[in-house]
Design a protein around this ligand. Structure first.
Ligand SMILES: N[C@@H](CCC(=O)N[C@@H](CS)C(=O)NCC(=O)O)C(=O)O
Ligand SMILES: [Fe+2]
Length: 414
């Protein structure tokens, strides 16, 4: 499970980065503009594809990094429709489900701190924004807040979640990181043992000073932090694409139409000779040499990394980034997607079956052999079939395949 709780000390804001282990598709919750480089570095280092940047509400105390992250990664930005904000790609409603890889987040409308506040439920944890804080809750004295609504959101919606559900808040001002629904029911100073009227009385008499940045933050967040994102790119144009992780075949085609691009094909020489994109360079995954690529193209030049389906190129891209290439972009779906989109390829005289098909045939043949030998020769041979089956499961889960590595070294693939 990929889960990171990140902290911005200036505003005491928690940002959460979560990802699906199998596909590396990721979601960020409540990013802070000033922390965008930190967040993008994590996305890059872990080879994540940032699919969504979600807001729990329009914040009053910091500016969101949503647009900045979108510019760098193509993430879809989202906020509740009830925030009446402009400039986000998706407007969330109660019950909406956000899909990333095999994971899902459910949107729970929890108005009160602001009318558009939502909590986001993922697996055994809920990201409560400023609706439910550890031992407290968000204030309700600005941005259309309502203590009565907040009471219902906390006691009827959040407290109906399982007591074991972990609570990850939008802020904590005392260094606490998480709590649980059960703990908050028991100990939350504003809610536990209180009546609705007592709660409303407390909330209407907090007497807190306004957040320092409210007049700057609210208008900026109503536009997803777009002005700040544009200013950042004006100041440093290279910031626009240093973090771009992956493109579709269509986007690669558009980039090629716009000017020369460097394409690195990490399939085996056999696969490469069979079919390739004109002008691409072949360097198989097991013979990657980042230093040679830097010497040839430079560390800052964008390099598009492609394989047959997008798995090997993803591994290659993260190895090359670690090796010092700053702008490695992998092509989703690989040459399969390129061919399916109808773009031109060069085919050589040599015809080698794709590594993926070779792997399926080899695995299938070994399973059949194991079962046949188990029935006819010795039952111990059944273990061969079991071993191959387990290996395939592991290969699927870990997105790496030992058999493919061995096959790639076979003479016909060279
Ligand atoms: N000192 C902080 C105040 C932040 C603040 O008021 N935070 C809001 C959330 S946006 C809140 O509800 N705080 C709850 C509390 O302080 O109890 C600032 O100036 O930014
Ligand atoms: Fe807030």
């Amino acid at each position: 499970m990929f889960f990171k709780q990140l902290f911005d000390a200036e505003s005491s804001t928690y940002t959460y980065l979560i990802a699906d282990d199998a596909t590396h598709e990721a979601v960020i919750i409540d990013p802070v503009f000033e922390q965008a480089e930190r967040d993008l570095k994590l996305v890059r280092e872990h080879g994540l594809k940032l699919k969504y940047s979600l807001e729990t509400h329009v914040h009053a105390d910091h500016i969101t990094g949503a647009q900045t992250l979108k510019d760098a990664t193509g993430a879809v930005t989202a906020v509740s429709a009830d925030c009446h904000a402009q400039g986000y790609d998706r407007l969330l409603k109660d019950g909406d489900v956000i899909l990333f890889g095999h994971e899902e987040i459910t949107v729970i409308a929890t108005p009160g701190h602001t009318p558009g506040s939502v909590s986001l439920l993922w697996r055994d944890r809920v990201f409560t924004g400023d609706t439910l804080l550890i031992g407290g809750c968000g204030r309700t004295d600005f941005q259309g807040g309502s203590a009565a609504d907040l009471w219902s959101s906390i006691t009827e919606k959040l407290f109906s979640l399982d007591d074991q559900t972990l609570v990850f808040p939008g802020h904590d001002y005392k260094g606490r990181r998480l709590s649980s629904i059960g703990e908050e029911k028991q100990f939350n100073a504003r809610v536990a043992g209180k009546t609705r009227d007592e709660f409303i009385g407390i909330m209407n008499n907090l007497g807190l000073p306004m957040p320092k940045r409210i007049h700057e933050a609210v208008p900026a967040n109503l536009e997803a932090g777009a002005m700040q994102a544009a200013t950042r790119i004006e100041a440093n144009p290279a910031a626009a694409d240093t973090a771009l992780q992956s493109v579709s075949a269509e986007q690669l085609f558009a980039a090629m139409a716009a000017g020369a691009v460097n394409i690195l094909d990490v399939r085996t020489p056999g696969e490469f000779d069979t079919v390739k994109i004109a002008g691409s360079l072949n360097m198989p995954l097991d013979r990657l040499d980042a230093a040679a690529l830097i010497a040839r193209f430079g560390a800052e030049t964008p390099l598009y990394c492609i394989c047959q389906t997008g798995t090997r190129s993803q591994i290659a891209a993260s190895k090359l980034r670690v090796g010092g290439l700053r702008q490695v972009i992998q092509v989703d779906g690989g040459t399969n997607a390129w061919v399916a989109a109808g773009y031109a390829v060069e085919s050589g005289a040599r015809k080698v079956m794709s590594l993926d098909r070779q792997m399926r045939i080899t695995a299938g043949a070994l399973v059949v052999t194991g079962i046949a030998a188990g029935a006819l020769v010795h039952p111990a041979a059944y273990w061969l079939a079991a071993f191959i089956g387990a290996g395939l499961v592991y290969a699927g889960l870990s997105n790496s395949c030992g058999m493919t590595v061995v096959l790639a070294k076979m003479p016909w693939n060279r």
